[in-house]
Design a protein around this ligand. Structure first.
Ligand code: FMN
Length: 198
């Protein structure tokens, strides 16, 4: 099986739910399988380390997860129009992979959740692409043949799936948001599989 990493941070669960939908899309492509990983919160005590295995949910990501997987879906809540610090902290630990070119040529995509409709989904998605471009990854978005991009009244962008969770972060994913998450997983896995065949 070709493994594709779905790596995310989520505080209140919305980005985690998107990750599950994207993984569903990946698993629906023959020969492909999602590996879901998260990252621990960061604290103000700079050298604090969390247990390697969280109390609940997916395992914490390691550099080996990035090295071993053939593609990446990277997800974060929007924080002030940018990715959340715990995910950035993990990415900032990937210098050795960058030096060895370990991610060059691997397809990648990004996803996010915000409180408000105009709270910075696109800004976050575009800025999440930057470190992946430095790593030499091949960035994928969503094409407008996914017509939910045209009809959505909530999240969903050509830069990647997004979700509008509301001020209490409790709004469920809309049908359009769910569809676009699954579509991204399928597109990512389909691209990875085609590259492997070629
Ligand atoms: C420090 C901080 C900054 C935030 N910045 C934004 C923002 O710029 N725009 C926005 O719409 N929501 C913002 N939010 C809200 C989160 O993006 C939103 O609750 C998101 O859906 C949480 O995802 P999660 O359930 O995966 O943790 C912020 C939340 C926090 C804690």
């Amino acid at each position: 099986m070709i493994e594709i990493l779905v790596l995310y941070y989520s505080r209140y669960g919305a980005t985690a739910e998107m990750a599950q939908r994207i993984a569903f899309g990946i698993d629906s492509v023959a020969g492909c399988q999602a590996r879901i990983r998260t990252v621990p919160p960061v604290s103000t005590i700079c050298e604090a380390t969390a247990d390697e295995i969280p109390d609940a949910g997916p395992l914490y990501a390691s550099l080996d997860d990035l090295r071993e997987c053939a593609g990446l879906a990277l997800g974060s809540p929007t924080r002030f129009g940018n990715m959340a610090a715990p995910l950035k902290y993990f990415l900032d630990s990937t210098s050795s992979l960058w030096l060895g070119g370990g991610l060059i040529g691997k397809p990648a995509a990004v996803f996010t959740s915000t409180s408000s409709l105009h709270g910075g989904q696109e800004a976050t998605l575009l800025s999440m692409m930057l470190p992946l471009l430095h790593h030499g990854m091949l960035i994928l978005g969503l094409p407008y043949s996914e017509t939910e991009l045209l009809t959505t009244r909530s999240g969903g962008t050509p830069y990647g799936p997004s979700h509008t969770a509301g001020t209490d972060s409790k709004l469920p994913l809309t049908d359009e948001e769910k569809h676009l998450c699954t579509a991204l997983g399928k597109r990512l896995a389909g691209t990875v599989a085609a590259l492997h065949q070629g």
